[in-house]
Write a protein that binds this ligand. Structure first.
Ligand code: CAA
Length: 380
């Protein structure tokens, strides 16, 4: 049975900070960010957007009545959870009007969890071929003011439907996995911001990429020539490029580099969206690139702590017709730029209990209030 990604879309909040504004404010050469990290803008979430609303807004870009009838599993992946107990997935049942005989849960292993969710979704569909699985990746990445990770923040969600006979790509069966108990990036209980050992995290990312790619190649006997593109988890785009350079060179594999640059064309204007960032780059590659049906894409999922997986998928005939290119481009070009003062407020101030937020006609789904520690959402 062919199982894979049937629909995929992303949503980012309406605010962004230009990376040059940040560089000037911090007294850093802007070229360090634009050339050194290959990043240009970072999405910033307003108070009325949390992981639930980002996820709901991304899903509403494509959700149909047929999808609602068929979705019997929601896998919500995040590392910016809003409750220790109740999963963010349960909110989507009421906001999106999903079935009540649905399994709804939240999964965590840093940015890797979405890759695991695709694997579990596939297993579920093997048992229940008629079902569709809603796989969500939604995060708000915050390292704090004046931190080393500050230029690598962002916010957004990717929403996907996994089904049999998918319209976009078929997930292949082989994968290379590597896991170790390390502290490269983590956010302990009680801290609002991630802790990170920046240099070590870069080294681990590249080591895990080589291990999982080698492992995958050993199983499949595939070589670089078997891939139209290699895509990466993108905490910031330069690390993807540096990893690609470990296994390929521009002279012999020019198209892998061309496709890499295409794949970061949304990430570099959005920033790190943690769990969704690999899938954001896949959306960019499919929407902005020229890959053909039948071609294979390699994908590297990495989640600090750390678990990594290299896996692959093949494109389906007519896949372009099932993307949301214009909607995504419009979303990115309609955003509002923030100055440093407003950025600092959105980054540091939290929505607390007993708060009522104003109606926001720019968004479909918004956080309306928190009362008795319950979040109330509004679908405009
Ligand atoms: N002009 C052009 N380039 C410049 C420059 C200038 N004036 N100054 C510096 N650079 C270049 C450097 O040469 C370097 O490029 P290369 O990697 O190609 O050599 C690049 O800019 C970055 O320079 P530094 O390494 O000196 O930057 P830094 O010490 O400020 O740290 C960082 C960068 C480690 C990424 C930091 O931003 C950080 O900690 N980010 C968060 C952690 C992270 O994203 N880690 C990635 C792996 S972990 C992961 O993937 C999980 C996750 O989602 C977090």
């Amino acid at each position: 049975m062919k199982i894979g990604i049937h629909k995929m879309s992303f949503y980012v909040p309406k605010f962004y900070l230009d990376i040059n504004t940040l560089a000037h404010a911090r007294g850093i050469d802007p070229l360090k960010y634009t050339n050194g990290l290959l990043t240009h803008k970072m999405s910033v979430a307003p108070f009325n957007q949390d992981i639930v609303t980002l996820a709901a807004n991304a899903t509403l870009n494509y959700l149909t009545k047929e999808d609602i009838k068929a979705i019997d599993l929601i896998l919500f992946t995040t590392e910016s959870g809003i409750d220790y107990s109740k999963s963010a997935a349960t909110h989507l049942i009421s906001i999106l009007g999903l079935r009540n005989d649905v399994r709804a849960l939240e999964m965590k292993q840093a940015c890797y969890a979405t890759t695991a969710a695709l694997y579990f979704a596939k297993g579920h569909i093997l048992q229940h071929p008629e079902s569709k699985v809603l796989v969500i990746a939604s995060d708000i990445a915050k390292y704090g003011l004046n931190s080393s990770g500050e230029p690598t923040q962002g916010a957004g969600a990717v929403s996907m439907i996994v089904s049999r006979e998918p319209n976009i790509m078929v997930l292949e069966d082989q994968y290379g996995i590597h896991s170790e108990d390390i502290y490269d990036f983590w956010r302990p209980d009680g801290l609002d911001y991630a802790q990170v050992d920046g240099k070590f995290s870069n080294e681990m990312y590249k080591k895990f990429f080589l291990k999982t790619f080698d492992n995958y190649k050993m199983q499949t006997k595939h070589t670089l020539d078997d891939f139209a593109a290699l895509t990466f988890h993108i905490p910031y785009p330069k690390i993807g490029l540096r990893s690609l350079e470990l296994v390929a060179d521009k002279a012999n594999n020019p198209s892998l580099f061309e496709n890499f640059y295409t794949s970061i064309s949304y990430n570099k204007y959005i920033g790190n969206i943690y769990t969704g960032s690999l899938f954001l780059s896949i959306i960019a590659l499919l929407e902005q690139g020229n890959l053909k049906a039948g071609e294979r894409i390699g994908m590297f999922g990495y989640g600090s702590g750390a678990v990594a997986e290299f896996f692959s998928a093949k494109l389906v005939e007519g896949y372009k017709a099932h993307l949301n290119k214009e909607l995504h481009e419009k979303q990115l070009s309609n955003r509002t730029e923030l100055d440093m003062e407003k950025y600092a407020v959105y980054l540091t101030r939290k929505v607390t209990n007993d708060t009522v937020l104003e109606d926001d006609l720019d968004v479909k789904v918004q956080l309306k209030s928190i009362t008795d520690y319950k979040r109330n959402y509004q679908n405009n």
